[in-house]
Design a protein around this ligand. Structure first.
Ligand code: PHE
Length: 368
């Protein structure tokens, strides 16, 4: 601002003084009127009454102190009223706060809707997994977990898939590279099922065992409407004296009724798994048509849901290497494994497995 410097007064007569002080008063009044923010107010305060560079200081130095003694009084009076004017302007600006325009810019419109904080919800896979686990927890089962990167020994060999056994091909998976120098049983792969945790659990503790093991598994399966190369399972293992196939049937019949409703029926169909003997596939009466036959159950009235069987003595033999109490002559047990996605899809009528992984909020919000 060019008018910043306070010029020396050309004359000290009354009209010259009046003119000079009136000009400053007008300047200060105009500037005060333009104050629109706390920053403006501070700038105004520094400019006029700042201790070092304030204009009033300059006026005092150049006009008042420099005045000839006979003019001191009239300059002093005018200086005093200018000072009061400026202090008044400052008080007024501070008291009334920022200008209306500044306020409007910063104002919060309390009639607008607030910022919505989304409440998280369980993903349908997590929800189903927890539901399955709690059905078994209510029966006295504990919950275990195991590693997703597993050794060939736990995933295959100890589950009675000997090296080169054709059943391995049905559960082809990703293997970790550059392990050729390791013995086959130590080589790492992504587990194809949660069954290896059966062995890990038995190695850790003697019978009796009742445990469910949820987790992620990997298979060389092409993605289609009902398959995914990565999915979730819940494994179950029960070992004690005198565990029979009836216990297996009763347990899984109860679990299916707890998950799908008490009117659901179960049937056990002969099957094969290397680690159970005998083995069965559990089918439930079609929850869509009640068993009459529809497109969903391929007009059979039944839907296949999980695998199970009595623990094969060969599996107990592997467990006995660490825990001699797993003597197949003294104890027996059953195991089962179910796909979480498959159960979630049945429960919620989801027809594409991919929707469970797509992260599309329009889909997921239905479960919130
Ligand atoms: N592990 C089997 C699978 O993934 C399922 C299963 C578990 C079958 C336990 C029998 C007993 O297909």
């Amino acid at each position: 601002m060019t008018q910043d410097a306070i010029p020396a007064l050309p004359d000290y007569n009354d009209s010259a003084l009046d003119q000079a002080f009136a000009a400053l008063a007008k300047q200060a009044t105009d500037e005060a009127a333009a104050i629109g923010s706390p920053d403006d107010l501070e700038a105004f305060r520094l400019r006029w009454v700042g201790r070092k560079q304030g204009r009033l200081n300059d006026v005092s130095a150049r006009w008042l102190k420099a005045a000839p003694s006979e003019a001191k009084k009239s300059v002093g009076e005018r200086f005093k009223s200018l000072k009061e004017l400026i202090e008044g302007l400052l008080d007024k600006a501070a008291g009334t706060g920022p200008s209306h325009a500044a306020l409007a810019a910063e104002a919060i419109d309390i009639t607008l809707p607030g910022t919505r904080h989304l409440t998280g919800a369980e993903h349908p896979i997590t929800r189903t997994l927890n539901e399955i686990v709690s059905v078994f927890a209510a029966l006295g089962y504990s919950v275990g977990i195991g590693p997703e990167v597993e050794t060939d020994f736990y995933n295959f060999e100890s589950m009675n898939f000997p090296p080169g056994h054709p059943a391995r091909d049905t559960q082809d998976t990703l293997v970790i590279a550059s392990q050729e120098r390791r013995p086959l049983r130590d080589r790492l792969l992504l587990r194809t099922h949660t069954s290896p945790v059966q062995m890990r659990t038995m190695e850790q503790q003697p019978p009796p065992i009742r445990i469910v093991i949820p987790g992620k598994v990997h298979r060389n399966d092409a993605m289609d409407a009902t398959h995914s190369p990565i999915f979730h399972q819940v494994e179950g293992l029960c070992v004690d004296t005198n565990i029979t196939f009836s216990d297996l049937k009763g347990t899984l019949d109860h679990a299916m009724k707890a998950l799908f409703g008490s009117s659901v029926k179960t049937r056990f169909f002969p099957s094969f798994f290397p680690f159970t003997e005998p083995s069965a596939d559990v089918q439930i009466s079609c929850i869509f048509c009640g068993g009459k036959g529809c497109r969903k159950c391929k007009h059979s009235g039944w839907i296949e849901l999980l695998g199970c069987g009595m623990v094969d003595p060969a599996v107990f033999a592997f467990a006995q290497e660490k825990q001699p109490a797993y003597d197949p002559k003294k104890i027996s047990g059953f195991a089962f494994g179910m796909g979480v996605e498959r159960i979630a899809m049945m429960k919620y009528g989801i027809s594409e497995i991919g929707q469970l992984y797509a992260g599309d909020m329009r889909f997921l919000n239905q479960f919130a």
